[in-house]
Design a protein around this ligand. Structure first.
Ligand code: CA
Length: 405
């Protein structure tokens, strides 16, 4: 299965990928686009031709919006119809003549936040990450808290400060721990500014308050995946987080890719979880390959400093979703839930600077970095096996640190 779009088959954005985003050009209205090779296809403009291929007019209305939310709300049958249609339009050369005018070079358009974020939740699903953090912060106790192997731990984040890749991040100011002599808390720009390499899962189909969503209904509700950087001010976090969890140390910014990769594009990347012991409660049970083999890279100022493996994650996205709703909390179109920092067994697989520098004591990379400095740029990349036998890329997420205001 090949595409008539020049260069698409040899890229990581071929017919087996087809992520969605929102773009504008020449100051025009933002609208839904689909990535193919180095191009973005104006989805509603092509669908508006109507007739064959299938269901074009129906989808055109949902795509003529400045966010993905209207399309996300249509649910799994429409998402699958759309994917079949896109493969036909971009794969069958009979559609080339009328479609080509609606392809625009990605480098020549503006990319926007792809969906309006409803609620944002962040989990803590990596055994290696939780163990590393536990060892650093509780050296005399158990690395894992007693609940960790029984539920995917999470907290509610701040939806309104989720930003698209390329948005600069201003160094946050806040309180930190008092000095060892007691006295007032420290106050000023964060000196331990960090990243967390994660994947974010995007909810399309809502649920009703008072009901729960089973692990088996995951693909009915979740549309797709986006790489996510959970910027974290460790000094602010360390002073504020007991007893209610992360707050201002996280809420200043969370970056996502402009591209949301449909779950269908990741079918060949599905793998079994590494193993759960003890077996979780029945509502968290999963059948078959519930994990994903996705290779992540952390790039600091152009240098790859870590390669976190998503396949190592202890809890699956279906389990996160089931846990998120087991109390009857409802889902909304545009909900975003993140995996938590992805860390593997090796040092060069750790997903945060906190772990890479072991609490700031072991500088890493050619620049000898411990935490982020002003002007640093971090890019998260991710790739996985595609359904046609090659590789696909998830969209990058980049951000640069500005000095405190
Ligand atoms: Ca996180």
């Amino acid at each position: 299965m090949t595409s008539w779009v020049p260069g698409a088959d040899a890229s990581l954005f071929g017919l087996d990928n087809l992520p969605y985003g929102v773009f504008s050009r020449d100051g025009g209205e933002p609208r839904v686009g689909v990535r193919i090779g180095d191009f973005v296809m104006d989805a509603s403009a092509v669908a508006a031709y109507g007739g064959d291929p299938r269901d074009g007019p129906h989808l055109a209305a949902a795509w003529d919006h400045p966010s993905l939310n209207a399309f996300l709300a249509l649910g799994r049958p429409a998402w699958d119809t759309a994917r079949d249609w896109l493969v036909e339009v971009l794969g069958n050369e009979v559609h080339a003549e009328r479609t080509a005018p609606h392809l625009h070079r990605v480098a020549e358009v503006s990319l926007h936040l792809p969906f309006q974020v409803a609620d944002y939740v962040d989990f803590y699903c990596s055994l290696q990450h939780a163990t590393n953090v536990g060892r650093m912060f509780r050296p005399d106790g158990d690395a894992l808290t007693p609940n960790w192997r029984h539920l995917p731990i999470g907290y509610h984040g701040r939806a309104g400060t989720v930003v698209v890749s390329g948005t600069d991040v201003r160094r946050p100011t806040g309180q930190g721990r008092p000095g060892s002599d007691g006295g007032p808390p420290a106050f000023g720009p964060s000196r331990r500014l960090d990243i967390e390499a994660e994947l974010g899962f995007v909810v399309g189909t809502p649920s009703t308050q008072g009901t729960s969503v089973s692990t088996g209904a995951y693909a009915d509700h979740v549309f797709g995946v986006t790489p996510l950087n959970d910027w974290s001010a460790r000094d602010i976090q360390a002073w504020e987080y007991v007893p209610l969890g992360p707050f201002l140390g996280k809420s200043f910014a969370t970056s996502i890719s402009p591209w949301v990769t449909p779950l269908a594009a990741l079918d060949a990347a599905r793998v079994p979880l590494p193993g759960q012991d003890p077996e979780p409660l029945p509502y968290l049970g999963v059948d078959g390959p519930a994990g994903y083999d996705i290779d992540v890279q952390i790039v600091l100022n152009g240098e790859v400093v870590s390669r976190p493996p998503y396949a190592a994650m202890y809890w699956s996205p279906a389990q996160m979703l089931a846990h998120l709703t087991i109390n009857g909390a409802s889902l909304r179109t545009g909900d975003l839930y993140a995996s938590g920092t992805i860390s593997g067994d090796e040092r060069e697989q750790r997903g945060s600077f906190l772990e890479l520098s072991w609490g700031g004591t072991q500088p890493f990379g050619s620049e000898g970095r411990t935490f982020l400095e002003d002007g640093d740029e971090v890019v998260l990349r991710a790739t996985a096996a595609g359904v046609l036998g090659g590789r696909i890329a998830l969209g990058e997420v980049a951000g640069k640190i500005l000095p405190a205001g």
